[in-house]
Design a protein around this ligand. Structure first.
Ligand SMILES: *Cc1c(COP(=O)(O)O)cnc(C)c1O
Length: 383
């Protein structure tokens, strides 16, 4: 089959399954509102949980940083791309989360790929929660290490996997708060079992960092665990972009010597690292924002309890409504758009077949009346 035939067949299948993904041009957006196609919507599909993308201090830091250091880093960190702003941010992150070292990556996707790529060797095994992010599972499925998945948020399923012998090292992988379900991993139980078996735990806390835990230190802090490896990302609650790996000094040195993702890739702009320092400051001081977000979550869940679609078991900013069929999820999303509310439908393969859903995200920037509008639109659509 030629490339062309292969592509056409795959695209036809996508369309037939109501799985077609379409990018929309966004003309303008804040955390609360979104302008697209000449209309203005209430925005419920942003991961900007604290509203920091629009924070004046973060924007000013990026502008000042660019004026001071230029638009781009100029090279890989191993050449001349590692600026004072990167080093300061790494030190602040390590200190904040209680690790010896932090290493910056250009994205969470790259950080996860780098970790899995570097750690998994022949005879090792990677035991991952089966709902782990694509960046983790993809890398693990290409790793020479053996990949086994355990049942979602099920320490007993992990225990059963750990009980079978392994010649090499064991890396256990989970998210802190799951990106498509919004539920939290039982980190204390997972960490204890992993330690007992002599393995290492990697927690990807893309959706917990900044949002939960004292000073926004995330899911691990909230659950009182300190995994050997933690990946945090800056595209969500930090309102910017990029990621960091938190680890001990030897691990950081090993990455700096051997991680191709760090060595053969241009460092994030120093201005971005400077903006991230400002965002970190806002996250640390963000108790009021976190409280407002929690109020919004409670408000939404109270109002959504009587809807015909299953509200998933989530206390986080991610509040999915389980719809089931792709076509129904797409139709409901379109119906809400007509009513002025922007909510993305999430379909397989991002989620398991038959579990298409609306992924509603709430933020600290939403006002109670925004949430009332959404609830009204949902009840109308149900009715
Ligand atoms: C968003 C996300 C990533 C990817 O992070 P980027 O910085 O957007 O590349 C990784 N893991 C999880 C759980 C995520 O939700």
């Amino acid at each position: 089959m030629s490339w062309q035939q292969r592509f056409r067949q795959a695209l036809d299948q996508r369309r037939a399954a109501d799985g077609w993904r379409q990018r929309r041009i966004i003309d303008e957006q804040t955390t609360r509102t979104l302008h697209s196609g000449g209309r203005c919507y209430h925005h419920f599909s942003s991961n900007d949980y604290l509203g920091l993308t629009r924070h004046p201090a973060v924007i000013a830091a990026w502008q000042q940083g660019a004026a001071l250091t230029g638009a781009g880093a100029g090279a890989s960190g191993h050449v001349t791309g590692y600026h004072r702003q990167h080093a300061d941010l790494e030190a602040q992150l390590a200190d904040w989360l209680g690790y010896e070292r932090a290493l910056l990556f250009i994205s969470g996707f790259a950080a996860n790929q780098a970790v899995i790529h570097l750690l998994g060797e022949k005879n090792d095994r990677i035991l991952a929660d089966k709902l782990s992010h694509a960046s983790l599972l993809d890398a693990a499925s290409h790793s020479p290490a053996q990949l086994r998945r355990f049942s979602h948020n099920a320490p007993e399923s992990l225990a059963a996997r750990l009980a079978s012998p392994c010649e090499g090292e064991t890396l256990v992988v989970t998210e802190g708060i799951f990106s498509m379900d919004g539920d939290s991993a039982p980190l204390a139980a997972l960490a204890q079992q992993t330690r007992q078996a002599g393995g290492w735990l990697l927690v990807d806390d893309a959706h917990g960092i900044g949002v939960v835990g004292e000073q926004g230190r995330g899911s691990c802090w909230q659950h009182g665990v300190r995994p050997e490896l933690q990946v945090i990302t800056f595209g969500k609650a930090f309102g910017v972009s990029g990621a960091a790996l938190l680890c001990d000094a030897d691990t950081a040195d090993y990455f700096l010597q051997f991680s191709r993702h760090l060595i053969y890739s241009t460092a994030m702009p120093a201005a971005q690292a400077f903006a991230l320092q400002a965002a970190l400051h806002e996250v640390q001081q963000g108790e009021a924002l976190r409280q407002r977000l929690q109020q919004n979550i409670r408000h939404f869940r109270r109002g959504a309890a009587s809807l015909p679609w299953q509200l998933m078991d989530s206390e986080s900013a991610i509040q999915p409504l389980l719809v089931g069929e792709n076509s129904e999820a797409v139709a409901l999303s379109a119906r809400l758009a007509e009513a002025g509310c922007w909510v993305s439908a999430i379909r397989p393969p991002t989620v398991p077949p038959g579990t298409a859903r609306l992924r509603i995200t709430l933020t600290a920037a939403h006002r109670p009346e925004d949430i009332d509008r959404l609830l009204e639109a949902l009840h109308d659509a149900a009715g």
